[in-house]
Ligand binder design. Sequence first.
Ligand SMILES: O=C(O)c1ccc[n+]([C@@H]2O[C@H](COP(=O)([O-])O)[C@@H](O)[C@H]2O)c1
Ligand SMILES: Cc1cc2nc[nH]c2cc1C
Length: 345
Amino acid sequence: MREGLGEVMSQSFQSLDEFRQILSTAASADLSAQVAASARNGQLTKPPGALGRLEDLAIWFASWQGNAKPKLRFPQVLIFAGNHGVMAQGVSAFPAEVTEQMVLNFQHGGAAINQLSRTFGAQMAVHALSLETPTADFTQAPAMSEAELLEALQTGWNAVNPNADLLITGEMGIGNSTSAAAICNALYGGEAADWTGRGTGVDDAGLENKTRVVAEAVALHGGQGDGLEMLRRLGGRELAAMAGAMARARVERIPVLLDGFICCAAAATLKAVNAKALDHAVAGHVSAEAAHGKLLEQLGKDPLLALGLRLGEGSGAALAIGVLQGAIACHSGMATFAEAGVSDG
Ligand SMILES: O=C(O)c1ccc[n+]([C@@H]2O[C@H](COP(=O)([O-])O)[C@@H](O)[C@H]2O)c1
Ligand SMILES: Cc1cc2nc[nH]c2cc1C
């Protein structure tokens, strides 16, 4: 059970090296709960494997909750917003002021993620990160200083409720699909065009320009450090806050549903620091952003949903809460063959 692990495990960090250290020493899932949940799954009143991926999903969730009959009571959705200096290069179909306008919309309950959070019983909060101070244009200089990266990581870390039993991180940041593409290209190589998509909907000329921007950024920053350094040079405050929140969840053993391309690019920087950093995370969906499927392959994650969403905000992951709720309800609520007096095969 998670009770009793609290104090030591929720330690904060004062430097980037301390963050790396905490990420690398985080405890893994509870193996005995995993074994017990697998055994229970084998006794439930259904043909073996008949609930398909729901079975693996429930066992994964049980292992991170440390409970062979887990419950999902308190999903938390955290939305982080940031502004991007790379907008000076004309990389989005929308103007930068939309980031702040959408923050107000989240606060007033008018965005898609407000409706989806309410529908699936999640508590939602929005954190705007220094919107008045965009990151630097990363075709010219690192997006953030070390102090700015540290502060954004801490904002994400501190936003997580340690009593939550599921975490989703969503984002809002006009220009951030360029940032995510640059991070992927820097981490995984290939051509800039392999990782650059249309984001909010740039036209063909816009896509060509965006691809040039990604190529220039990677030529300047690629190979200059580890995943966290790529997050500093090519990321944004909202990506860093998502990374901080996902790292906190890893340390607290809170399972995570990953959202779209930008969320997964932030997650990828953690995995580049430590191969086990995303063991607590399942891909909620594959978005319509061109490179998201390829990014999920790099992360070794098979998405639960493929609905053509390309919104961000945590929306695809929030929809996947419903699938997870179904998996857990079956796993924890079904009768065994012995209990129901049903003959097994
Ligand atoms: O989640 C995704 O896969 C996704 C794909 C395309 C766009 N978005 C959202 O659109 C914004 C980024 O698009 P852009 O064109 O401004 O870089 C940002 O606010 C994201 O939340 C999100
Ligand atoms: C309107 C709008 C809403 C969004 N939500 C997440 N990214 C977004 C981008 C735009 C442009």
